[in-house]
Design a protein around this ligand. Structure first.
Ligand code: LLP
Length: 419
């Protein structure tokens, strides 16, 4: 991907050699290309042209404060799913609250209170019980939050079952068929203002047809709700646009085409509605803008198999272990001495702790540096301290400048809460 390119046989993050970054900041190390983040945000934004819209970047994909700050400067709003994510946004810029949407099936009273007081743009309600709790918190605080229901359109989307969300049997949202009653109920509380309709059908979706089918259903619902007298002016289309992890074209041009294809699927059903569209991309913005640098600790043969053991583990990047996800792995300084079929694995005590299985890679030796690409989304944000492993540092690169945007954890950080 752009931002991660070879110059004289050395992988660079923008203008800095990956090997220099690894030497300066240690491994495993998350590295991000600031230019790539900016360009991808702009490309996504431009794909919706003059249609009134706000991008509410999905904080869960990568919640680093410095990255959130960059996005604020680009005019982004935010999709949050917890009080903690909302606090991150508020720490970065209190005024950004007015562009925050709050999703999630399990919002608690304290989380609601914080969001109500912050006067966020929209609550996406996912159940009747949540509607009742939110109304009672709002009446206590004497405020009237804007709400949408996250409807479940019952549209299948081709992706990993763990990240597909738009079917009737999933835990998310309310059945679209129950929506009319729920909006009436919300309006009757007098403490909630029905202002929008929200959907999210899943993540890493590369065929855009389901987005179109979803918007058809949402548009029908909006017409019905307006006829009932609700002032619906927002549609939150959720996130989900996939990226090319494997064998795809990772250029910005290709992303531009994909973003245009996505908007061309989403927009036509909304044509005559005169609504303001909200979008919640996460992966599409940040995925290809990050790579995880890790060093080969050992290599060994067990029977027919060759294992390359690196210093990053599933606690640092869980996507392969959790979803069998594919991430491109490249040598920072390829030796050019023939390909081998290897398993790239981490040091964690689990058979599932792998980054690649039976993968043909250029020959790697102990001490070599490799980069696991497209790790900007759901990489650092899904790390854990399993095996009492400190989380990696994060470095943001812009041109020939590198800035630590999260220091490496220490064992002391990990033990602190138990002392
Ligand atoms: N909006 C809502 C309500 C969501 O639940 C999500 C992601 C997004 C937006 C952003 O979706 P994106 O544009 O990034 O696809 N950990 C998994 C992905 C889980 C996605 C959860 N929801 C992974 O590593 O693939």
């Amino acid at each position: 991907p752009p931002g991660f390119v070879y110059k004289s046989n050395k992988l660079h993050v923008e203008k800095i050699a990956a090997s220099d970054l690894a030497r300066r900041f240690g491994t495993p190390l998350y590295t991000y290309s600031a230019t790539t983040i900016r360009e991808r945000f702009d490309i996504f934004n431009r794909a919706f042209g003059k249609v009134p819209h706000t991008i509410c970047y999905s904080v869960k994909a990568n919640s680093n404060l410095t990255i959130l700050k960059m996005l604020v400067k680009l005019g982004s709003g935010f999709d949050v799913v917890s009080g903690g994510e909302l606090e991150r946004v508020l720490v970065v810029d209190k005024k950004a609250a007015k562009k925050v949407v709050f999703s999630g099936v399990g919002k608690t009273a304290p989380e609601m209170d914080l969001a109500i007081k912050s006067d966020i743009l929209l609550f996406n309600i996912e159940s009747e019980s949540e509607l009742e709790l939110l109304a009672s918190r709002a009446s206590k605080l004497r405020k009237k939050p804007r709400i949408a229901f996250r409807v479940n359109p019952d549209v299948p989307a081709e992706t990993h079952p763990y990240i597909s969300t738009g079917l009737r049997e999933h835990k998310f949202g309310v059945p679209i068929t129950d929506a009319a009653l729920l909006y009436a109920q919300a309006a009757s509380t007098e403490w909630l203002e029905p202002a929008g309709v929200s959907v999210h059908i899943g993540s890493q979706i590369t065929d855009v047809a389901p987005f179109n089918a979803t918007m058809e259903r949402v548009a029908d619902l909006v017409r019905g709700l307006r006829a009932q007298g609700h002032n619906i002016r927002l549609i939150d289309g959720g996130g989900g646009l996939g990226i090319a992890y494997r064998d795809g074209d990772t250029s910005l041009k290709a992303f531009e085409a994909s973003a245009k294809n996505y908007s061309a699927a989403l927009l036509p059903p909304l044509n005559s509605l005169g609504i303001h569209l909200l979008l919640e991309p996460g992966r599409a913005i940040i995925g290809p803008a990050g790579a995880l640098l890790t060093r080969v600790v050992y290599s060994k043969k067990n029977g027919r198999k060759t294992f390359v053991i690196v210093d990053a583990g599933m606690n640092d990047l869980i996507r392969p272990a959790l979803y069998g996800a594919y991430h491109e792995i490249v040598a920072a300084e390829p030796r050019g001495t023939g390909a081998e079929t290897v398993d790239v694995v981490g040091p964690v005590c689990e058979t599932g702790d792998f980054f690649a299985r039976d993968r043909e890679l250029t020959h790697l030796e102990e001490g070599d540096l490799v980069a696991i690409l497209d790790a900007g989304a759901y990489g650092m944000s899904q790390t854990s301290n399993y095996n009492t492993r400190p989380r990696p540092a994060e470095v943001l690169v812009e041109g020939s400048r590198a800035k630590v945007v999260r220091r490496r954890e220490t064992i002391k950080d990990l033990l602190g809460p138990e002392r």
